[in-house]
Design a protein around this ligand. Structure first.
Ligand code: GDP
Length: 196
């Protein structure tokens, strides 16, 4: 699949306002600042995803289309300390619903900074996805911050920590800056879009 044909279609204020639940979609999620926008931009070779750097602001769910019935969903970043508790709870609830009920959703890409992966909310999300039998690709972002040896040991450690969940979870080192892991990501997405 060519990811550089991705086109912005809509920004939805909440999950109920996403495009019709047909075809196949793949969602991208991660803590704010994990490098999600950079990853989407690197994958699509475009400046698609703009980053909202305003904590607590209502964030939109951006939808991109590769071709008809093939969508990438950019979920709002989570984990901002300053977001009011009420908003956090609302978001968690709607995210849970999305993972559970969205028929077209065929995979979740979760982005975590390689220097501090598997925070509580990351783990919650991965556990939910596994509970919904949704395959997961975990990208350990900003991998250029580490030398290759440390990168590999970090990937192994995360794999090990996630193994007990018994889910379909792949873990890759990733760097938008250096192009590390981009082909791993594209292959995983191809498989979800096209089937194994
Ligand atoms: P988002 O909030 O998850 O969308 O994160 P962004 O893509 O906006 O990135 C957050 C910060 O991390 C920015 O300052 C980026 O420049 C930086 N960043 C993103 N990707 C990389 C990467 O691959 N390597 C390094 N070193 N920094 C990155």
């Amino acid at each position: 699949i060519k990811y550089n044909t991705a086109k912005f279609i809509t920004s939805a204020p909440d999950i109920s306002r996403l495009p019709a639940d047909t075809g196949i979609e793949i969602a991208f999620a991660g803590r704010s600042n994990a490098g999600k926008s950079s990853a989407l931009n690197a994958l699509t070779e475009q400046k698609l995803a703009r980053t909202s750097k305003t904590p607590g602001r209502t964030q939109l769910i951006n939808t991109f289309e590769l071709s008809e019935g093939q969508r990438l969903i950019d979920l709002p970043g989570y984990g901002f300390a300053k977001v009011p508790l009420e908003m956090k709870i609302k978001w968690q609830k709607s995210l849970g619903e999305y993972l559970q009920k969205r028929d077209s959703l065929k995979g979740l890409v979760i982005l975590m900074d390689i220097r501090h992966p598997l925070k509580d909310l990351d783990l919650d999300l991965i556990e939910w996805a596994v509970g919904c039998e949704l395959p997961v690709v975990a990208l350990l972002t900003k991998a250029d911050k580490y030398a290759q040896g440390k990168r590999k040991s970090e990937v192994l450690q995360v794999k090990k920590a996630l193994a007990e969940l018994n889910g379909d979870i792949r873990v890759y080192a990733f760097s938008s800056l250096k192009g590390i892991g981009l082909t791993d990501l594209a292959w995983a997405l191809d498989e979800w879009f096209l089937g194994p």
